[in-house]
Design a protein around this ligand. Structure first.
Ligand SMILES: [Zn+2]
Length: 244
């Protein structure tokens, strides 16, 4: 995997405009792994997907993530810096198992971890139980009760909850919770760190900056967009200083 070029950032930004975040994440990965098929990328577990995205983000914009949150109690705006290493729980290159086993009371389940296709299948569902159930239906490969094969639909609700917990534990990079404390009112709470949304917002800012730079340099020197974008940021900045 390599850092994204200015040209790639603009391409991703253009494609991502009209995409759902699940597809947007897959677009990012297709730039990071042009040799992998769309199907292979969509089959990565969500934790693995996010580990790759984190690496791509680090290579492109560095290891520090400037973040902010609003205190839910008093509305104070909190700015903080995260380090990629603080939120990386799995090595992007580590391989996950294809199948996992869960024993819950008298039930035994064989399952795989949810991937982008599974998430896409539950878009629009508001009810957490319905989501768990549907994800389970897609990811459970085999179900037994005291050694005898049964249907997924025969599993009690508590086993489905147990299954969801087990998936989250095995795919820990998929859910990064940050513990925050408000400096104004001392309220403490947790927020979910969403690498897809975070990276997209940065790409958005960066793409607009690049377009402005192209505009300035093209107008001054008459260079093409492609030529300007193929320069290193250092070289572009040098010219921008000269014309400002
Ligand atoms: Zn507060």
């Amino acid at each position: 995997m390599r850092s994204l070029t200015g040209y790639q950032i603009l391409q991703m930004w253009e494609i991502g405009q009209t995409q759902h975040p699940i597809d947007r994440a897959l677009t990012f990965l297709s730039f990071a792994y042009p040799e992998k098929s769309a199907d292979e990328l969509a089959a990565l577990s969500i934790g693995q997907r996010d580990a790759y995205l984190l690496t791509l983000r680090e290579l492109t914009f560095g290891s520090k993530l400037e973040s902010y949150a609003e205190c839910p109690k008093c509305g104070e705006r909190l700015e903080f810096t995260l380090n990629v290493s603080d939120i990386r729980v799995v090595d992007a290159l580590s391989t996950l198992q294809r199948e996992y086993t869960l024993t819950s009371g008298e039930y035994q389940l064989q399952f795989r971890l949810p991937n982008s296709k599974d998430l896409a299948a539950v878009v629009g569902y508001q009810d957490l139980n319905a989501v768990r159930n549907l994800i389970g239906q897609r990811c459970v490969l085999q179900t037994q009760r005291e050694g005898i094969e049964i249907n997924y639909s025969e599993l009690p609700a508590n086993v489905i909850i147990h299954l969801a917990q087990s998936m989250a534990e095995y795919d820990s990079q998929a859910e990064i919770l940050l513990n925050l404390i408000c400096p104004a009112c001392s309220h403490s709470w947790q927020v979910l760190f969403d690498i897809v949304a975070f990276f997209w917002s940065e790409l958005n800012t960066q793409a607009k900056r690049l377009l402005r730079e192209v505009h300035t340099l093209a107008r001054y020197y008459g260079w093409s967009e492609k030529d300007i974008l193929s320069m290193s940021a250092n070289r572009r900045n040098f010219y921008l200083d000269l014309v400002s």
